[in-house]
Design a protein around this ligand. Sequence first.
Ligand SMILES: Nc1ncnc2c1ncn2[C@@H]1O[C@H](COP(=O)(O)OP(=O)(O)OP(=O)(O)O)[C@@H](O)[C@H]1O
Length: 607
Amino acid sequence: MKLSQFQRLSYLRINAAFGLHGSRRAFHLVFPLNQEHSQQRSTDLKPTTGNHKPTESKLFSNGKPCSITQGCDRGVLHELVKDSLLNLGFTKFSPVQAKSIEPIIEANSDLIIRAKTGTGKTLAFGIPLIQNAIRKPNRHRSVNALVIAPTRDLAFQIRDEFSKVLYQRHLSEHHKGSVIIQTLVGGEPRWQQMKSFEDRYIPSIVVATPGRLLDILQEPTVRPYFQQLKTLVLDEADRLLGDGFKDDLVEVNNILSDLNTSKKGMRTLLFSATLDKSVVQFSKQILKSGAVNIDTVDPNEPETHEKINQSLVLTKNLFESVVSAIVLIETEARRNRHFKAIVFLPTIKAVQFFYEILNQHLKEKKIQLNSNQLHGQLSQPVRDRSVRNFRTCFSGVLVASDVGARGMDFPNVTNVIQIGLPMDSTNYVHRVGRTARGGNSGRAVMILTSAESRFIRTLKERNVTITDQFEYDPVVHLEKRISDVSLRVKHKYSLDLVIESLAGFTKGVLGSYRLNMFQILEELKLAYRRFNDDMTKKPRVSLGFANQVLGLKKKDAEEIFELSDAVDERQARSRSPTNEIKFKGDIPRRRAEDGTKVRTSLRNRQH
Ligand SMILES: Nc1ncnc2c1ncn2[C@@H]1O[C@H](COP(=O)(O)OP(=O)(O)OP(=O)(O)O)[C@@H](O)[C@H]1O
């Protein structure tokens, strides 16, 4: 079939967005990714400016971060920790490490530290905590340092990163097993975590999520072990001090401050790639006066990492967005054997749906690509397996909700694809930051419908401008292929619930992005029809949902939806043998996956 001039132009445009160029048959990459998969770690972490002069730290030489060996020679780094870091392949400090390790070790003030995604913040606080733990073996039987992270997966990752340094043979022989790192997170047996405080050596470093931590801190047998706590680290501090966790964090802080009677007291370190003024303002409630700000990002600089190539694809509805993403994955997977991508979607149901369509499509096209999903409704073992699989795979796709957006460090991710909106512009920065880590570069493509595209304006607050924008073109045969697949998926999976979840999510972010709800709903209706290959159908939701959640009158709701008695519907669906996925998340739980208190608003229940 011949392409019209217009089709051809648009077709080239969408291919260019994906780094593709050329005829329909031959896909060539215009912007090849320079991702080398060598064992040697890249130290090309560009120094950034900030309100702390690099020369103030002993870990800088001629305005650049010094080598790990020099760090030891200059008396900052412990000899044994130096050996561990060299064994792990690290040769130089990254800028945030060079700026913050010395003040964390030597000063006593609270610190607020901002550095871009993937620049090594974990070891920036990890190295001082580990050094402290091995210098002062656990004679007092007390927890020395506490790190709080917003998700379990991130807590495990921090523990693993610390363990890599701490449990190398020469270091283990030195501390003879007396330095223990313990995680306190939900989804794992509580009794096991409690038991770790009865052992001969109690944990020196605890890594926790807020909910389980608060729960365990209520135990009178455990509390005393936190009396000598020296350092409290909030990783992803803006998330922890934002809605959802704030109250828990203040409570944890109050408990710890009351317990801590030591002369110097406990100090608090806040770390993130995004720290808005409001968060810094709020943090005063928990920080001591005189807290020092170490900012490695210039106020006029984009918050996203400079090595991320960011582009936008504009579509007319979710169906086209899904097709775009699948085309990208298929083409890249065929072209690049190192292709490793994370696809973000706004709600769990949308993640499950896209994961299902993608797998069917890969199977049908006989494309061997490791694929996993990650969201808060998976059981902990499945979630761990997804993270492990994607971390270790050479090439693959992880379809994720925002639970994978912050802090997660998967090696060599070449692409981040966002279908639809993130919860806020901060999350955009964290999502795209899953690529271009540790000195590598990467590509981030955001796929938005026209009604969603108003979101882009909010990125200006973060000094982010997306210069490459492209329009979707209905590449007929590709669309056909996807709709065939989606028709089959539909039998196993309810598209109504996907549409409902997305409508609810969008309602929650409407105000922040100034979206037009009717335009959004019209687009969702159209997508529903395209997925069903039937232009007469309407998504089914309950009148209660349309009324109470979306704020629609019956008459308006009927324009978009087929109204039904949702309770009976859902029960029927969950009983259906063809329904693979159980929708536990429809029933509000007291605490969400990571210990966040569950609010009634849909906004807080989506990932
Ligand atoms: N000095 C270093 N040289 C090279 N690579 C490093 C160095 N320090 C850390 N890395 C690697 O860089 C990657 C990113 O580090 P890390 O996860 O700590 O980033 P981050 O700043 O916490 O990112 P995010 O904001 O997304 O949480 C990791 O794979 C880590 O091992």
